[in-house]
Ligand binder design. Structure first.
Ligand SMILES: C[S@@+](CC[C@H](N)C(=O)[O-])C[C@H]1O[C@@H](n2cnc3c(N)ncnc32)[C@H](O)[C@@H]1O
Length: 231
């Protein structure tokens, strides 16, 4: 079904989806890949209030930068709060309102992420950030579909990979209490999917990040594509 504006209210309450330390880590990765005419993709944008705002802040003054925002805007099927919000609110309309400061660079693709990848030329993107379906199969699918879209030297990265797979207890799940003091929760399915797809990627949690003057840890993972280390 297509988008029908005005049928449901916009979502105006807070939805904390992306912490300050994750924002600082993502900003660093974006700055590394940004250049005039750069093209980046965010896989999973939701309300446009989290990672999307980091992209907009970092890219809005870069000449001819483009940000592809890929989402169904239906929420992730396995996240109850997403389903509730998507039933009662106009999620895509909310996203559009929230990204207005970056309207000149945001290009929305309202599709399943793998279908959207089929429309993008291989080796054409400078950075891809994966934050959509957090199931094991979903993360693996997104990595396989989007990694090839990066030019050599481009950055593949994603959310919710707090620790190495080897440090996980032998259970799965989208989110569990953390076995590591630095985080309250960890995401076993996402962590294992990243590990099984790419091996030992870089974890931002290997370094302290300072955000708003407070030291802490970010949950992003990343890999430079086509570098000697990644093949
Ligand atoms: C965790 S939220 C994204 C959060 C966002 N990056 C932020 O920082 O606020 C996950 C998003 O992925 C979208 N999503 C889940 N599965 C998807 C799929 N197969 N294709 C496209 N979007 C999907 C959901 O609709 C949801 O908006």
């Amino acid at each position: 079904m297509g988008y029908r504006p005005g049928m449901l209210p916009l979502y105006t309450a807070d939805y904390p989806s992306f912490g300050a330390h994750d924002a600082a880590a993502l900003a660093t990765l974006i700055r590394r890949a940004a250049r005039p005419g750069c093209r980046m993709a965010e896989i999973g944008s939701w309300l446009g209030t989290g990672s999307t705002q980091v992209f907009i802040r970092e890219l809005r003054d870069i000449p001819d930068a483009q940000l592809l925002c890929v989402d169904t805007w239906r929420g992730s099927g396995n996240v109850t709060k997403h389903r509730e919000i998507a039933t009662r609110y106009d999620v895509l309309g909310t996203f559009r309102r929230n990204v207005q400061p970056g309207a000149h660079l945001v290009c929305e693709l309202q599709r399943d992420s793998v279908e959207a990848a089929d429309e993008i030329a291989d080796a054409s993107l400078d950075l891809v950030f994966i934050d959509a379906d957090h199931s094991y199969a979903g993360v693996r699918r997104d990595i396989a579909a989007w990694r090839v879209k990066l030019r050599p030297g481009g950055i593949l990265c994603g959310h919710d990979c707090e620790i190495r797979a080897a440090k996980l207890p032998p259970i799965g799940g989208e989110s569990i209490d953390s076995p590591d003091q630095r985080f309250r929760h960890v995401h076993p399915d996402c962590i294992r999917a990243v590990h099984d797809s790419l091996g030992d990627v870089e974890l931002c949690s290997d370094h302290v990040v300072v955000a708003d003057g407070v030291p802490g840890y970010a949950t992003l993972w990343f890999q430079m594509v086509g570098s000697a280390a990644s093949g």
